[in-house]
Design a protein around this ligand. Structure first.
Ligand code: HEM
Length: 203
């Protein structure tokens, strides 16, 4: 089984859990409060992950220059579009509280970082579907332009394809595959924790 098939299989229960936390079966009836929670969770997850990734990648040595180039990290930034929406939708004090949450992400290796990014990049595939349903919702289109979902939309397939190639090329030993899988597991757990943190801040 390829590493991508493996990660998909072993993390499926975690994916199902995220779907039920968010409420994938009631997206068409989502309230504005539900949407704020969805964005705030994504904000905690992506802003922390992007910050740590940026730092980690800046320390990489010349041997990994090609891989870092292929990752095309700057093209994958989601934090800015999330900030645009949240600044417009949340009271300033609440947004500040979100911003002040402690970032506890760290990576043991480049392959471990790729495991985290697998979850971040893969989540944008479901994001396409989420956007399509929310765009038909009666309330949400009245309060936002969907900057976060729209920002990624047309480049989702291209970025996902090149990310998968990079993972196949890079995670080519048992040890590297283990580190990758560990990163993906941790990323799902971080997203779950971000959901409860955001819920607590917003209520
Ligand atoms: C309402 C919530 C969600 C829905 C409806 C949803 C739906 C989907 C769908 C339909 C796909 C497959 C898309 C395709 O193959 O073209 C997918 C893939 C994926 N989603 Fe989600 N998703 C949701 C939330 C999340 C969250 C919160 C995360 C991460 C924290 C996530 C991570 C992933 C990953 C990593 C993949 C790629 C799986 C693979 O092919 O290896 N999803 N999602």
């Amino acid at each position: 089984m390829s590493i991508l098939q493996t990660v998909r299989t072993v993390t499926r229960p975690r994916h199902d859990l995220m779907e039920s936390l968010i409420g994938s079966d009631r997206l068409s009836n989502f309230s504005v409060e539900d949407y704020k929670l969805l964005l705030s969770t994504n904000y905690l997850f992506h802003s922390h992950l992007e910050h740590q990734s940026h730092f980690f990648l800046s320390l990489k040595d010349e041997n990994q220059e090609e891989q870092v180039k292929k990752l095309d990290f700057l093209n994958r930034i989601k934090k800015d579009s999330l900030e645009i929406e949240l600044r417009a939708m949340l009271p300033v004090a609440i947004f500040q509280e979100l911003k002040q949450q402690e970032n506890t992400i760290h990576f043991s290796s480049f392959e471990n970082l790729l495991g985290w990014l697998y979850v971040a990049e893969g989540s944008m595939l479901g994001g396409k579907m989420i956007h399509r349903i929310l765009a038909q919702n009666k309330e949400i289109p009245l309060v936002t332009n969907f900057d976060f979902f729209k920002n990624y939309e047309e480049k989702t397939s291209y970025l996902w394809k090149s990310f998968k190639e990079l993972v196949e090329q890079t995670c080519n030993t048992e040890q590297k595959k283990e580190m990758f899988l560990e990163g993906a597991e941790k990323a799902y757990l971080y997203f779950e924790a971000a959901f409860y943190k955001a819920k607590n801040i917003l209520q």
